[in-house]
Design a binder for this molecule. Structure first.
Ligand SMILES: Cc1cc2nc3c(=O)[nH]c(=O)nc-3n(C[C@H](O)[C@H](O)[C@H](O)COP(=O)(O)OP(=O)(O)OC[C@H]3O[C@@H](n4cnc5c(N)ncnc54)[C@H](O)[C@@H]3O)c2cc1C
Length: 409
């Protein structure tokens, strides 16, 4: 799979490319090498380097310019699957634990970014998950009850409260507090810089071409250098060509995002959306949030990647459909032009949870792959779980995200 991770013009990317980190050349040694330079690699590098472990990051292109640059960066506590859907699959206890880990990851990530003073427009937000029709309403009511019984605090919004808070004419909604939003490019670069301050070394334009497992570690080869390392973390988003035997575990989707021009106070009042993040209960889902500079960010409409598709043509069609969809939701949007539009790839696992941990086929490797639509919270979780695994700490939490997790019979 060598296609670009996104097309179009992501809002977050600075106009000029600034060279930030050197290219790997010559022979080096380290304790852990991390392949990838997105938010997962950044948080993992920071976690390992802060624990005093010698760490090297190897990015094929420039850091933070993969899926991370395309992200809408709604930092949600909730996985893509509802609690009830996860419970059908794994039982209620495991699903509750996955949800608790999601909540903890958002808390950990936001406190880390604040503690490191990373300027990434981080802001706490409530998330509103709404039903547009009667069928979704029934499902959401049951989901709300299950969440309440499980101790996950939330409010139920009726038709009027939903409209007053979001401007949306829907049937009902679940509102949760304690979520966040940010600029993913700045967050990623900021965390990488902090990892460097904690002792990590970062190399860009250093594509990993080969990883040989040796007696006491791995030898990693890039076009101009090699690294001998005790182990390697693969944080490339999904299983790249190099890990072809794992590819069947992922399905790749294209997802679409629009950002409007900055909106005036009058237009904002007409739209009716307050400072919350909203997403609908449809599949594929749609979501909206405000940016720091008063743009409305609108996304969703995911489509499965199939061979032979004309990507640019599909992008043009999907962005038009997305715009039409949201003009139906927010009629006042009709007068507000789109300024940025982009499409990004993401890898989805069958249960929408990432794979975090070892795989028996690949000794001395740890993986952090397969983040769905809300992957950034799980990147934070990966950074913590991988450090525990590296140190040999045993935890039931590791089994929830292991490659061999099994569906409840
Ligand atoms: C359009 C879109 C919207 C999204 N919205 C949200 C959202 O609202 N909230 C949320 O939480 N998540 C969202 N996501 C998902 C989230 O962005 C991802 O889960 C996250 O960015 C993944 O980060 P990563 O570091 O794992 O992968 P990436 O950012 O893709 O980084 C992987 C890196 O690995 C590098 N690489 C690959 N192969 C090699 C190699 N051989 N050698 C060296 N480097 C290599 C690539 O160049 C790339 O930079 C969205 C994703 C998309 C595409």
């Amino acid at each position: 799979m060598s296609q670009s991770l996104w097309v179009g013009q992501p809002l977050w990317l600075p106009a000029k490319t600034t060279h930030q980190f050197p290219k790997l050349s010559g022979r080096h040694k380290t304790t852990v090498a991390i392949v990838g330079g997105g938010i997962t690699a950044a948080l993992t590098a920071h976690s390992f380097a802060s624990a005093g472990i010698e760490t090297v990051v190897l990015e094929a292109g420039a850091v933070a310019r993969g899926s991370t640059a395309a992200s809408s960066a709604l930092i949600l506590q909730e996985p893509d699957l509802e609690l009830a859907q996860l419970a059908d699959r794994y039982g209620l206890r495991s699903s509750q634990r996955i949800w608790q880990l999601g909540q903890q990851s958002v808390r950990d990530l936001t406190s880390l970014l604040r503690r490191l003073r990373i300027r990434c427009d981080l802001a706490g937000r409530s998330a509103i998950y709404y039903a547009a029709d009667a069928e979704a309403l029934e499902r959401l009511r049951q989901e709300f009850q299950l969440r309440s019984r499980s101790g996950f605090a939330a409010d139920w919004l009726g038709v009027r409260e939903l409209r007053d808070t979001t401007g949306i004419s829907g049937r009902g909604a679940i509102r949760t507090h304690g979520n966040a939003q940010l600029d993913p490019y700045s967050a990623c670069v900021g965390v990488l810089r902090s990892a460097v301050a904690a002792g990590a070394r970062v190399f860009e334009h250093s594509q990993v071409q080969r990883i040989e497992v040796q007696k006491h570690g791995v030898r990693i080869t890039t076009p101009h250098g090699t690294i001998d390392s005790q182990g390697v973390v693969i944080a490339t988003g999904y299983a790249t060509r190099y890990f072809r035997p794992l590819a069947g575990r992922f399905r790749l989707y294209r997802t679409y995002v629009l950002a409007t021009e900055p909106v005036s106070a009058r237009q904002r009042a007409e739209l009716g959306l307050s400072d919350v993040m909203v997403w609908d209960a449809r599949r594929p889902y749609h979501y909206a949030r405000w940016t720091h500079d008063r743009r409305l960010l609108l996304g969703g409409g995911d489509q499965l990647v199939r061979p032979g598709q004309k990507r640019q043509r599909q992008f043009e069609r999907a962005r038009t459909e997305l715009r039409q969809y949201f003009e139906g939701v927010f009629p006042a949007l009709a007068d507000i032009p789109t300024e940025f539009a982009w499409e990004g790839l993401f890898a989805m696992t069958p249960d929408s949870l990432p794979y975090i941990g070892p795989h028996p086929r690949y000794p001395r490797h740890l993986f952090a792959l397969g983040y769905g639509g809300n992957g950034i919270s799980f990147s934070q979780l990966a950074a913590r779980l991988l450090l525990e695994q590296w140190r040999g700490v045993k935890s039931r939490d590791h089994t929830l995200f292991a490659f061999d997790r099994t569906r409840r019979s």
